[in-house]
Design a protein around this ligand. Structure first.
Ligand code: FUL
Ligand code: CA
Length: 500
């Protein structure tokens, strides 16, 4: 029998209903209620966002040609002059690195628009590049899609070129531009709202300092509702969410613990409170997960003098473990050169990193090597749909749950033979909220001793733990504390990658 997409959708809905639904009869005959979700849970758009994990940032504009990080806003449109621009080259490199999407700087602080906006003459339309016929946003969006990468936009709220900046007319202009970006370039997965508002700039030739009240000036609520209307699946990123938050640093890590929850009211774009952004807030009322933004080079824009400072594969791997490995998403910036291509050093590095990533997780412990999985408590008993065995079935939707009264529990994987483990991946079924606070992982050595392999705080959509060398015949995860009864959808073990 052939299954159509509709059949598959129906089946997955039934499965999700069964797993997260209110109540069913377990095989034991007892009625077992699914655990209730925590107060703050992700929306459907956030759940899809969590699945992306790793994507790219591209910083490219006139600033690239001035060798600056923040363009002042006075560059002539003619200065933007890539002679070999090739967005397909960018996308193929990003794809090979294992990325799932790309966010492009449609307009950085210098105000120059990389698409021919109808609302300003400060754009590619005024450049002699391609006789004013060019549209980098369009090219990037098209090539991203062809490569199977999701596309997102960065539109800097701070605009050092535009005369209107600081007045209500500028906010209307910002929204007009955003409307163009959200209606002309297909599906957008994320809209990046930068918090920087540095003050001085060109501002239509006045060359002065302008300050705004970042809490009130932009009226983000109105802009965000426009985004919702035009691109309902797009996640909105800023220092304060609503869908994803800045992690509070540009060094390439999120804190531990990393809660996806936050008291949103205490945050505003441009008003970063590093501690809360790095760690989230355990009792936060909103689901606002962290995104880790970091550049492959020291700067966000390309500078030849940084050709020797491209991050190494080891550095990138550490960043990956400290971001994706702590349940955040990673947005890695790769700046094109003046010619419009990704530099060969960065390209080679990303190629090597992609290979290293694939290798890192290339040897999942075969299911046949797991003899049994036991837990100190299984909701509804051993035969229920919440059995501990759900953590090794390779399915994200199935999970182990305990009874509601439980906040400490152990789950033990018994292996058929001692194995040297390389890495462990733990996942909570976050559709029901982030619950596990502290945990330890121990291994049973051949000497019959339990040794501590790792311990930590928070798991979320995924937690990657690097393991020590000693072979173990059992792996025991102990939940020390949990905000509500603990749930785990996966305890995946990876064996050391084969050399070569
Ligand atoms: C910051 C900006 O000021 C940088 O130039 C860069 O765009 C970075 C991603 O965000 O706030
Ligand atoms: Ca599972």
């Amino acid at each position: 029998m052939k299954l159509s997409i509709r059949h598959l959708l129906l089946l997955s809905c039934l499965l999700a209903g069964w797993l997260y639904g209110p109540s069913v009869e377990a095989k034991s005959g007892k009625s077992v209620e699914a655990p209730k979700p925590c107060d703050a849970v992700p929306s459907a758009r956030q759940l899809a966002w969590h699945d992306l994990g790793f994507y790219a940032f591209i910083h490219f504009t006139t600033t690239t040609y001035r060798d600056l990080e923040w363009g002042y806003g006075d560059a002539s449109p003619d200065e933007f002059a890539p002679d070999r621009l090739d967005c397909r080259q960018w996308m193929n490199i990003l794809k090979a690195a294992g990325m799932k999407g790309v966010i492009f700087t449609a307009k950085h602080h210098d105000g120059f628009c990389l698409w021919p906006s109808r609302f300003t003459d400060y754009s590619v339309r005024s450049s002699s590049w391609m006789n004013g016929q060019g549209d980098v946003v369009g090219m990037a969006a098209r090539e991203a899609r062809k490569a199977g990468l999701k596309f997102g936009v960065y539109l800097s709220p701070w605009d050092r070129h535009d005369m209107r900046y600081g007045t209500p007319a500028y906010v209307a202009y910002y929204r007009d531009q955003l409307r163009e970006l959200l209606t002309q370039y297909g599906p957008i997965f994320e809209v990046w709202q930068d918090g920087a508002n540095g003050g001085d700039g060109y501002y239509g030739g006045l060359r002065e300092k302008r300050t705004i009240d970042s809490r009130t000036y932009y009226d983000w609520a109105t802009t965000d509702s426009m985004i919702r209307q035009l691109q309902p699946s797009a996640c909105i990123f800023s220092d304060a969410g609503p869908d994803a938050r800045w992690c509070g640093t540009e060094k390439g890590f999120v804190g531990e613990p990393n809660w996806a929850t936050l008291h949103r009211g205490n945050y505003a774009p441009g008003k970063a409170k590093t501690e809360g952004l790095q760690h989230g807030e355990k009792d936060g009322a909103y689901w606002v997960p962290a995104e880790v933004d970091v550049s492959i080079r020291p700067g966000w824009f390309y500078h030849q003098k940084e050709d020797t400072r491209v991050k190494t594969v080891d550095e990138l791997m550490t960043i990956y473990y400290n971001s994706v490995g702590r349940g955040a998403n990673l947005i890695l910036n790769v700046p094109p050169t003046r010619s419009g291509l990704i530099h060969p050093i960065d390209s080679q590095r990303l190629h090597d990193f992609g290979r290293a990533l694939r290798k890192e997780f290339s040897r999942p412990l075969p299911r046949s090597l797991v003899k049994e999985v036991f837990a100190s408590n299984e909701r509804g008993g051993r035969a229920s749909r919440f059995t501990a065995r759900n953590v090794v079935d390779g399915k994200k939707l199935t999970y182990w749950a305990t009874d509601d009264s439980v906040s400490q529990a152990t789950l033990t994987l018994i292996l058929r033979s001692p194995q040297q483990l390389h890495c462990l991946r733990l996942r909570e079924p976050i559709a029901l909220g982030q619950r596990i606070d502290t945990f330890t992982v121990e291994g049973l050595t051949s000497a019959g001793r339990w040794v501590l392999l790792d311990s930590g705080s928070t798991i979320g959509p995924q937690r990657l733990l690097r393991m020590a060398d000693e072979p173990v015949s059992q792996v025991r995860v102990t939940v020390g504390s949990s905000l509500a009864c603990p749930l785990l959808s996966e305890v995946a073990c990876f064996l050391p990658p084969k050399e070569g």
